[in-house]
Write a protein that binds this ligand. Structure first.
Ligand SMILES: NC(=O)NCCC[C@H](N)C(=O)O
Length: 403
C-alpha cells in the first residue's frame, strides 16, 4: 500500500521521495550558457546518471519508495488533456517566439505522445530541432533570424534539484515561485504533476497565493510545527512572511524562523549551510555558526507576531522545545570547511533520525558526523555536484514517519 503522504520533519524515517534522474537536459549545457543555467561545470552526463542511479538504489535499499519526476510527468501527460494544454502553454512563450512560431510550435507539441512531450518539456528544444515550417502556416521572422543552436524552449537542467521546485509541509504540497528565470518553468511541471497525476488526487496545497519567491531549499522543517526559512538569494523577506501567514492560516505550523543568509552563490539556500541530521542535531558551516540569526514569527491569537532577531541556535531550540540544538561543524579547519561547504558537505538527506546520505568527497565533515554518532551513507557526486547541490537538494520527500 502507498505510504500516507505527509512530511512533518527533516528526519522522520523516509518512506517516499521524488527524485529526477538527470538526462538530455544536462547535455544542453555549454561553456557559454552554463552560468545562466546555474551550473559551475559541464557534467559528464553518463557518469552523472550512474551516480544518480546509485543514489536512488541506496534509498530503495533502505526501503524508500523512489518516484522519478519524469515518469510522473509522462504519466500525467498521458492521462490528462488539461495537463497537456497547460504544459505546452507554459513552454511556449509568444513574447519570445512571436505569434507565428508560437502557434506552429504549440500545434506541433500537441501532436506528440506523452513520453516525447515529456522529453521536450524537460530537455527543451533548439531551432534546429523544430520541424520544418508548415506550408499553410504564416512565415516566422524569428525562425529565420535565430541561430540553429538557440533554444526555442529552454532546457531545465536544475530539475535535478527536486527539493526546490516543490516541498511538503504536513499533508500539503507547496509549489513555490522560483526566483531565477532559469528555474521558473520547473514549478509549472511540478504543478501539473500534483494537479493531475492520479497518485496525488485530493492532495491540498500549502502557500497557494505564492506571490513572492520561496524555494524549497530554504525551507527546513525543524520539528513538527516549527519551520525555518532561509532569506537570501532565492527566498525574499516577503516570501518568508507570506509563507508564515499561509502555514499559520492552514494550521501547519505555530512558529516560523526567518533566517537571513548571505546573498551569494555559496549559500544560495539555507540547506547549503545547515541541514538536520537528527531530531536535535544539525550539520552547519562553522563560519556562520555564531552569526546566524533568526526573526521568530509566532502564531498568536489568530495573528502573526514577529520577534528578534536573536541567535538562530537559541531561537530554534526554544521553538522546538528542546534544551539545545547540537551542532556538528563542516570540515576540519576553516579552509577544509570552506571547500566542503562549497561541495555540499552540509547538504545531507536524513533517511531516519541519525542516518544521513552525504557526498563521499566531504571526507572531514563525514568523519565528524560519524564521530558525533551519525550514520553516514556515502554516495559519489563528482558529476552531480557540478550544479551545486547535494543529497538534500536532489530529493523531495513526500512521506516520512511522524516523529
Ligand atoms: N536546495 C539547493 O541548494 N539546491 C541546489 C540548487 C542548485 C541549482 N544549480 C541552483 O543554482 O538553483
Amino acid at each position: 500500500m502507498d505510504a500516507q503522504l505527509c512530511v512533518d520533519s527533516e528526519v522522520g524515517a523516509l518512506a517516499t521521495v521524488m527524485l529526477h534522474r538527470p538526462g538530455a537536459e544536462l547535455e544542453r549545457l555549454t561553456p557559454r550558457n552554463s552560468d545562466q543555467l546555474l551550473f559551475d561545470a559541464l557534467p559528464w552526463v553518463a557518469r552523472a546518471q550512474e551516480e544518480h542511479d546509485a543514489f536512488a538504489e541506496l534509498l530503495r535499499g533502505r526501503g524508500v519508495e523512489v518516484l522519478l519526476l519524469a515518469d510522473l510527468l509522462a504519466e500525467t501527460l498521458e492521462v490528462s488533456g488539461a495537463a497537456r494544454i497547460q504544459g505546452i502553454s507554459s513552454a511556449v512563450d509568444p513574447r519570445r517566439l512571436g505569434h507565428a512560431l508560437a502557434q506552429d510550435l504549440a500545434t506541433h507539441l500537441r501532436t506528440l505522445a506523452a513520453p516525447e512531450l515529456t522529453r521536450i518539456l524537460v530537455a527543451g528544444m533548439t531551432f534546429d530541432e523544430l520541424p520544418e515550417a508548415g506550408v499553410a502556416g504564416p512565415p516566422s521572422l524569428v525562425r529565420l533570424m535565430h541561430h540553429g543552436a538557440d533554444f526555442v524552449i529552454d532546457p531545465l537542467p536544475n530539475l535535478l534539484f527536486t527539493r526546490d521546485s516543490s516541498f511538503w509541509i504536513g499533508e500539503r504540497v507547496a509549489i513555490p515561485t522560483l526566483a531565477l528565470p532559469a528555474r521558473r518553468r520547473e514549478a509549472a511541471l511540478t504543478d501539473l504533476i500534483y494537479a493531475f497525476h492520479p497518485r496525488f488526487l485530493g492532495v491540498r496545497r500549502a502557500y497557494e497565493s505564492h506571490t513572492a519567491p520561496v524555494e524549497g531549499g530554504d525551507v527546513l522543517l525543524l520539528a513538527p510545527g516549527v519551520i525555518a526559512v532561509g532569506v537570501g538569494e532565492r527566498t525574499s523577506p516577503a516570501g518568508a512572511e507570506a509563507l508564515a501567514r499561509s502555514v499559520f492560516e492552514d494550521g501547519l505550523a505555530h512558529t516560523v524562523l526567518a533566517v537571513p543568509i548571505a546573498q551569494q552563490r555559496a549559500s544560495m539556500h539555507l540547506d547549503t549551510v545547515c541541514t538536520m541530521v537528527d531530531t536535535d542535531a544539525v550539520v552547519m558551516y562553522p563560519a556562520i555558526r555564531n552569526m546566524l540569526e533568526a526573526f521568530t514569527i509566532r502564531r498568536e491569537d489568530g495573528d502573526a507576531r514577529i520577534g528578534g532577531p536573536r541567535p538562530f541556535l537559541e531561537a530554534a531550540a526554544d521553538a522546538m522545545g528542546i534544551d539545545k540544538l547540537r551542532v556538528i561543524d563542516t570540515g576540519l579547519d576553516s579552509v577544509v570547511a570552506e571547500r566542503e561547504q562549497w561541495d555540499d558537505g552540509n547538504n545531507t538527506l536524513a533517511v531516519a533520525p541519525g542516518v544521513v546520505v552525504a557526498y563521499e568527497r566531504n571526507v572531514e565533515t563525514n568523519a565528524r558526523l560519524e564521530a558525533a554518532g551519525i550514520e553516514v551513507l556515502r554516495i559519489a557526486g563528482s558529476e552531480l555536484g557540478s550544479g551545486r547541490g547535494g543529497p538534500r537538494c536532489m530529493s523531495c520527500p513526500l512521506a516520512r514517519a511522524a516523529l
